[in-house]
Design a protein around this ligand. Structure first.
Ligand SMILES: *Cc1c(COP(=O)(O)O)cnc(C)c1O
Length: 413
């Protein structure tokens, strides 16, 4: 990277930034409210050094683990939570929740189209102990014009539904994420159709984007990854599940064993990074959103299609940018990698990532391997050529990365 502060690429970045100044200020407002929520949760549970301690063995009465869960639950407005370094990824957290809630013969209805690739496989995969293998019936209703298809959902409720699944973020689709207001309307709708239906939300990339979380507007349970928003770029691994007490309890039986749940589980490295990451998460999420807006404004000005549109409120931390060719997409992803603080010298290639249908190319020059709250970009290699860009621990870093992309793609003349 050979950029200088007075290069024309930086001038262009400054121009894009000026165009969205008012939108950027709104993001800071949301971060302030969320920071207050998290601070209140820390205070409510008297978080102290003792909670960061290393534990080992079974981990009975591990106060670091239990208090961390209580802090998450409070900040997210949930009755109960499990937060654990033993949850290996977002998919694991979501899978545990689904397997905890569903029994043979139950119907799972996805109302936001197909779930994220890795989760879909856990639901319908053959001979892998998927939900389908266990006799759970899976159905899905696609979104219609970026919103829930109310008529089609009503039609599905002619049979008994056990769990309604909502994916808040966009996944690898050309659509915007769902807003908290949309999720609230959905919860009201399905509960009016069947009052004991359970609404579960894939909250990946959605945490702290708004001032309320899905469980505060009617969802019964939600789950996500700690190497995305709520880990604040500091948590080294892990996932969380939050929601109604009994439902979270059922999920813990799947996470460990039906006889022990989450009364066990130790962590020999100590919990400080999880607490510190969660404390930083509102700010770090805001940094990611602001730079998503900046990339959007810049590529918009250059005539590219991006999602969400410039001026729209962000509903997750992702920026989708549609490129014209596979080569252009690949060059963009590589430019992101070359602007990364770690492995900046590495060239990404598309590969067969486990759990994904198409080959995926991924830029993730991150301190925590694969952490997409850090600056990262990924894309399945399929038409149309959409890059999904997300994360970035600091806004300043993302400005440099944007200038680098503009220069690599030779877009500013
Ligand atoms: C990241 C993500 C997941 C889970 O993915 P992991 O890589 O297993 O953490 C699920 N759903 C969405 C929308 C995601 O973005």
């Amino acid at each position: 990277m050979q950029l200088r502060q007075n290069d024309k690429e930086f001038e262009f970045v400054a121009k894009a930034e000026k165009a969205i100044a008012a939108d950027l200020a709104r993001v800071d407002e949301i971060a302030l409210q969320n920071q207050a929520k998290v601070l209140d949760a820390f205070h409510a549970h008297n978080v102290g050094q003792r909670h960061f301690a290393q534990t080992n063995g079974y981990g009975y009465d591990d106060i670091g683990r239990d208090t961390l869960a209580a802090v998450f639950a409070d900040a997210f407005g949930a009755e109960s939570a499990v937060v654990s370094p033993q949850i290996v990824s977002g998919t694991h957290a979501l899978t545990a929740a689904l397997f905890g809630l569903l029994r043979p013969g139950d119907v799972l209805l996805s109302v936001s189209g197909e779930p994220y690739d890795t989760l879909k496989e856990a639901i319908v995969g053959k001979d892998i102990g998927s939900l389908a293998d266990l006799g759970v019936v899976y159905r899905s209703v696609a979104l219609k014009d970026g919103d829930f298809d109310v008529q089609a959902i009503k039609e599905e409720f002619k049979q008994r539904i056990k769990v309604v699944f909502v994916g808040r973020s966009r996944g690898y689709e050309w659509r915007d994420a769902l807003s908290i207001e949309q999720i609230e309307r959905l919860c009201k709708l399905v509960k009016s159709l069947q009052d004991d239906v359970i609404v579960m939300c894939d909250n990946c990339y959605g945490e702290f984007v708004d001032t309320l979380e899905p469980v505060q507007v009617g969802a019964d349970i939600m789950a996500g990854s700690l190497i995305k928003n709520p880990g604040g770029g500091i948590a080294p691994t892990g996932g969380y599940i939050c929601g109604k007490k009994e439902l979270v309890r059922q999920a813990t039986f799947r996470l460990t064993s039906p006889s022990i749940g989450c009364e066990v589980g130790s962590y020999a490295y100590g919990y400080r990074e999880f607490y510190q990451g969660f404390f930083l998460a509102p700010h770090v999420t805001a940094q990611a959103i602001k730079t998503s807006m900046l990339f959007g404004a810049a590529f918009d000005m250059l005539g590219y299609q991006t999602m969400p549109r410039t001026g729209a409120v962000c509903r997750d931390i992702i920026r989708s940018i549609k490129f014209n060719t596979e080569d252009e997409l690949t060059a963009f992803v590589r430019a992101i990698q070359s602007a990364s603080p770690v492995d900046g010298n590495v060239t990404p290639f598309a590969w067969d990532m486990p759990g994904y249908e198409d080959q995926v190319i991924m830029a993730a020059g991150t301190f925590v391997a694969g952490a997409s709250i850090e600056l990262s970009a990924d894309s399945p290699i399929r038409k149309p050529y959409i890059a999904y860009l997300q994360g970035g621990l600091t806004y300043e870093h993302r400005k440099i990365a944007l200038a680098n992309c503009l220069k690599t793609l030779n877009l500013i003349h």
